[in-house]
Design a binder for this molecule. Sequence first.
Ligand SMILES: NC(=O)c1ccc[n+]([C@@H]2O[C@H](COP(=O)([O-])OP(=O)(O)OC[C@H]3O[C@@H](n4cnc5c(N)ncnc54)[C@H](O)[C@@H]3O)[C@@H](O)[C@H]2O)c1
Length: 353
Amino acid sequence: MKKLKIAVIGTGSISGRHIAAYLKNENVELYALCDVDGARLKAAGERWGVSRLYTNEEEMFAALPEIDAVSVCTWNGAHMPCAIGALRAGKHVLCEKPMALNAREAQQMLDTAKACNRKLMIGFVRRFGNDAQVMRDLIRDGTLGDIYYAKATYLRRNGNPGGWFGDSARSGGGPLIDLGVHVIDLTRYLMGDPKPVCVFGATFRELGDRRELKDGAAYTAASGAESDVCDVEDLAAAFIRYENGAVLSVETSFCLNLKKDVAKVELFGTRAGMCLDPELEIFSDRCGYLTDTRPARPTALDIDEAFENEIGFFVDAIVHDRDVYPIAEDGIAVMKIIDAVYLSARTGKSVEL
Ligand SMILES: NC(=O)c1ccc[n+]([C@@H]2O[C@H](COP(=O)([O-])OP(=O)(O)OC[C@H]3O[C@@H](n4cnc5c(N)ncnc54)[C@H](O)[C@@H]3O)[C@@H](O)[C@H]2O)c1
């Protein structure tokens, strides 16, 4: 069978996970790489043994019309232009989270995908995790009953990655759009992808990026830190009401005066509750006794496996001409929530969607 020719746009840290997963996939040829940073691009080409290297995606598409599909792994502000450029050039697109800087951009991406009849998948990798699979199976089997409340917590004490992550023009925001999207999407997925109808949110810029801390090792660790802007929130908290009446409470920070980083997801239903932190535990009552249970298999997230599943799904969808998933509408729903949290934080009022 003819192998899919894949290009990766943006060769920073997350591209490594996409590329490693593509290289393991027998239906794929890693064909070309693109990055606006020539030095980074060259290093990636050497690392992954790719010689077709471009600093501009339009030039790449013009030179290599045989490319079938791309992963967009750029900073957030380049997701929309790169994805739209690829779709118009006839390529299928897997776009990293968040889908775009805001819902308006995300909608333009969906409209382009429809007009060009190409697949547009959003990289909500947490849906492909071993943890999500077990939770979803238990929920579909009725273990929790009706889920009416969820909590998504992704708090870092000192975890501003620096570089573009702190620059709202390229990131669209701070921990909410960077970390919050993961757990907002994961909980929404587990709740059956309900439609958000009302949002109340608050954001704070009190601690900055904490680059002055003596213990500030986290700062700049995750990005090239080519510029040191920090105009994003360091904490965001929000309440999201869905059409079915269920509510999500979300808290996310780059910097916060708390003891220890927290990354957990909790779902509360009429029959039981569930907490992933990092292993899964289920809380209910049996024969009048409050009962805690754990699956016997490991349920903490295996991120390598999650990326392999995500990339495998994208490749299979193209090879067998099946629908992709998560769909662009899921990306747009999360962008609408993010936009509404930022708007609510600015106005002090709740936002109806
Ligand atoms: N799914 C996950 O778990 C996960 C984890 C980390 C990051 N991400 C997402 O992946 C994306 C990249 O994050 P990162 O940590 O790899 O950042 P990074 O800074 O390490 O890499 C981003 C790269 O994109 C390049 N770039 C920017 N604009 C470009 C353009 N127009 N054309 C080509 N290249 C361009 C930059 O030069 C840089 O090399 C972000 O959207 C981020 O939210 C997802």
